[in-house]
Design a protein around this ligand. Structure first.
Ligand SMILES: *Cc1c(COP(=O)(O)O)cnc(C)c1O
Length: 614
């Protein structure tokens, strides 16, 4: 049975049972049942499902792993962590996160003024706030305001210019002054597609010469006592543990050296984020070569060794892992609108009295195809397709012939797949490379999976039901944007197989998983498709799943308003044009206005209904 590699990527968050995908929590609700219920209430188009219990789970796993390693190694420093807001700033993610964070020493990281304002409003007093990224005087002043509120805030300096500004602001604003961190520029490089954050040519951080200068500046301005942390971040989605180990050794030694130079309040090493998520759904194609346990014990072990050797106290360890915390909490559900080959059925075949010989042969192949010669017949039919299309281009056959050709070839493909269904999967794979089904999905990849479009990042994909039926069609996926990049093409090395369903009669939904990190805020409104309707699945004490915080996708007018159109003006113009039209009578006028207003008040995704539904 095909299980879409759920054992590799789902971390037991989801299971397959009775042919359905279920959340592995509480009473184990089937995702398809939740989706159908929400759609019954009139919400169409794609849905973003959040599972707040999975945010909790990830925070707990992170703290447990580090605290276990600390205990095991008799480590003297503490473990603390912050969530980097750039990974997901949406309220229905952040608010449950800060609520769970109460139970841990868990705070927030901000990389811009808006994120810092969020952190100042929502982080619990006493939970750490880290500020990274480039800062101007105003942002530094915000840091001082946060410190005055009683926040435990650390401003990480990315360059000496910033340090000068802090020293100036400190003179002006006085106490309380935020803690100061220095971002170090590592000599070791990050790896992977997000590697640009590390290495000697990195965008961020102080070189060793600049570090020495920074210490001098801090000393001179009497701020050395506020210097508490060094920080680095080697890049996101670290696939190989060895660059991290190197970075830790480098940072540990810098920590010990700076302490020896008199930075006595330097007590912490912040190792940034980068803990990878396993997105892979295929055997032998893992995205990372380590576990969370290995990651945490490597960090703690190396830092203990260095501190011990250099006779300095073991530093507190901070992490800023974002992807690891956020990715699993959200999934995207997309309705399948259409299967490309569905329009090809026997009853649309319109054969002539006398057909071109190659079409007669196709007809023969279709009638006589059997298990023994299935693949051979399939290849013959694909050859004939090529020849017949050439004949059409040269003017020898007409449009009817061409249509019959396309229908017959699709019918042969379907028949061959059906015949070979119970045979070895490798046979099917062989032919599937040549003949794929195209599934049209009611969503925008630009909006909902921007890292697929921008970085070629793949996300686990699977249907929500029919999981006790072997899928037979190799699939390429198309979104509804008018852009040919809105395609997830079939990849024979990482094949995706889906079911052959009659969309006119039954619904079929695909889930995209691990989309909770980065995708939402990076998503773009190509073709003006908006953030999908979102909802949270919250479990009560008895394990029942309830739909909460449902937020419908933006309406068409809201989207236009967002890009600064005067929507009143648009409405006025539309109404005027209907009212002034001489092509319709008054009754039609009223009716059209009514219809128009309904459309304007809905979101821009497609509204399709099954035959027989209203
Ligand atoms: C982006 C970023 C993070 C988060 O990285 P993940 O790969 O999501 O864990 C942490 N720290 C800094 C400084 C960052 O820029």
């Amino acid at each position: 049975m095909v299980n879409y590699g759920i054992q590799f990527w789902s971390n037991d968050d989801f299971i397959i049972e009775d042919g359905k995908l279920k959340a592995n929590y509480g009473k184990r609700p089937a995702i398809i049942d939740i989706v159908k219920k929400v759609r019954e209430d009139g919400y169409r188009g794609p849905l973003l499902l959040r599972f707040p219990h999975l945010i909790h789970k990830q925070i707990q796993q992170l703290f447990n792993a580090f605290n276990r390693a600390i205990k095991h190694e008799h480590y003297e420093g503490k473990f603390r962590a912050v969530f980097p807001l750039k990974v997901n700033q949406f309220p229905n993610f952040v608010l449950p996160l800060v609520q769970y964070a109460q139970h841990f020493d868990y705070g927030l990281e901000a990389g811009s003024k808006a994120e810092l304002v969020l952190a100042m409003a929502h982080a619990r007093l006493g939970a750490p706030i880290m500020v990274n990224g480039f800062k101007d005087r105003e942002m530094i002043s915000l840091g001082f305001i946060a410190a005055s509120m009683g926040h435990e805030i650390t401003l990480t300096i990315e360059g000496l210019g910033e340090l000068e500004t802090i020293i100036e602001v400190a003179k002006m604003m006085g106490k309380p002054c935020p803690s100061i961190g220095l971002r170090i520029r590592l000599h070791s490089n990050g790896i992977g597609i997000w590697a640009k954050s590390g290495g000697i040519n990195a965008k961020f951080g102080l070189t060793s010469t600049e570090l020495l200068e920074a210490i001098k500046m801090l000393e001179k301005s009497n701020l050395l006592k506020k210097f508490t942390m060094i920080h680095f971040h080697i890049g996101s989605q670290i696939s190989d543990i060895s660059p991290l180990k190197k970075a830790i050794r480098e940072a540990g030694n810098i920590y010990a050296e700076l302490r020896k130079m008199g930075a006595k309040n330097l007590r912490s090493v912040n190792i940034g984020g980068g803990l990878a998520v396993e997105y892979n759904q295929h055997e032998g194609k893992q995205d990372r070569n380590y576990t969370l346990e290995e990651f945490s014990s490597d960090v703690i072990f190396s830092l203990r060794e260095i501190a011990h050797n250099k006779k300095e106290p073991a530093p507190n360890v901070y992490t800023e892992s974002g992807r690891f915390i956020a990715a699993s909490h959200a999934m995207l559900v997309t309705p399948v609108l259409e299967l490309f080959s569905q329009e090809y059925s026997e009853d649309v075949l319109n054969l002539k009295e006398k057909n071109p010989p190659l079409i007669e042969e196709l007809l023969d192949l279709y009638k006589n195809v059997n298990e023994r010669y299935a693949i051979e017949y399939l290849h013959d039919s694909l050859d004939h397709l090529e020849s017949l299309l050439t004949l059409f281009d040269l003017g020898y056959i007409d449009l009817h012939d061409r249509s019959n050709t396309e229908i017959l070839v699709q019918l042969i493909i379907k028949k061959v797949i059906k015949i070979l269904k119970h045979k070895k999967h490798s046979d099917i794979i062989r032919i599937q490379k040549e003949v794929q089904e195209r599934y049209l999905l009611n969503c925008s990849f630009f909006q909902s999976l921007p890292d697929f479009w921008g970085l070629g990042q793949s996300f686990p994909i699977m249907p929500l039901d029919r999981l006790n039926v072997p899928p037979t069609r190799s699939a390429s996926l198309w979104d509804i944007t008018c852009d040919s990049d809105g395609e997830i093409a079939f990849n024979a090395k990482k094949p995706l197989y889906l079911h052959d369903v009659d969309i006119k009669k039954e619904e079929y939904f695909l889930g995209f998983f691990l989309v909770g990190a980065y995708q939402e805020v990076l998503g773009m409104r190509h073709n003006l498709f908006t953030h999908p309707t979102e909802l949270s699945i919250v479990f009560d004490e008895d394990g029942n799943a309830n739909v909460e915080y449902l937020q419908e996708a933006q309406t068409i007018l809201d989207v236009l308003d967002d890009i600064d159109y005067d929507t009143k003006d648009i409405e006025r113009s539309l109404r005027q044009r209907i009212e002034d039209s001489t092509l319709i009578n008054d009754e039609e006028r009223k009716d059209l206005l009514g219809q128009l207003y309904v459309i304007l008040s809905e979101n821009g995704y497609l509204r399709t209904v099954l035959n027989g539904e209203k």
